[in-house]
Ligand binder design. Structure first.
Ligand code: DAT
Ligand code: MG
Length: 148
């Protein structure tokens, strides 16, 4: 459905490299709609909650150190199939396995970007990072050119 939403975060490496505009442009050009965005340095508690499912992994502490080390741009994007399609646009977790044309494939960063992997994960992640009042429900005037 057209009101499917996903959570997308650009981590400190991408923010420091000035990749935010390029990444927003890709989702915008695709026809997806930005309904929430903010820049913050996440607390350890926020990071640990976000990555709770990875807490037993050997890289967990390093991952939390990294994502709390600088600014993160947290976004919510909306549109048909956005959870699955955004994952495809982002590429594989390992940038070396990511196809050219994907964000990770094109920018080759080691831990570049994160996008929800399933609709239920997306709902959980959006709830961790955003208050409902921080999300904007709107209809772009271009919708008629994007959806039948
Ligand atoms: P994704 O970011 O593609 O959703 P994930 O949820 O499995 O991947 O992992 C979250 C982050 O953890 C990922 O962006 C980078 C880091 N990570 C994953 N696997 C890793 C590994 N084997 N070694 C180091 N960091 C890893
Ligand atoms: Mg993930």
């Amino acid at each position: 459905s057209q009101d499917e939403r996903t959570f997308i975060a650009l981590k400190p490496d991408g923010m420091n490299r000035g990749l935010l505009g390029n990444i927003i442009s890709r989702f915008e050009a695709k026809g997806y709609k930005l309904v929430g965005i903010k820049t913050l340095v996440p607390s350890r508690q926020l990071a640990e909650t976000h990555y709770a499912s990875l807490s037993s992994k050997p890289f967990f502490a390093g991952l939390v150190d990294f994502i709390t080390s600088g600014p993160v741009c947290a976004m919510v994007w909306e549109g048909a199939g956005v959870v699955t399609t955004a994952r495809k646009m982002i590429g594989e977790t390992n940038p070396l396995s990511s196809n050219p044309g994907t964000i990770r494939g094109d920018f080759g960063v080691d831990v570049g970007r994160n996008g929800s992997d399933a609709v239920d994960t997306a709902t959980r992640e959006i709830g961790i990072w955003f208050e409902p009042s921080e999300l904007c429900t709107w209809s772009p005037t271009a919708s008629v050119w994007i959806y039948e």
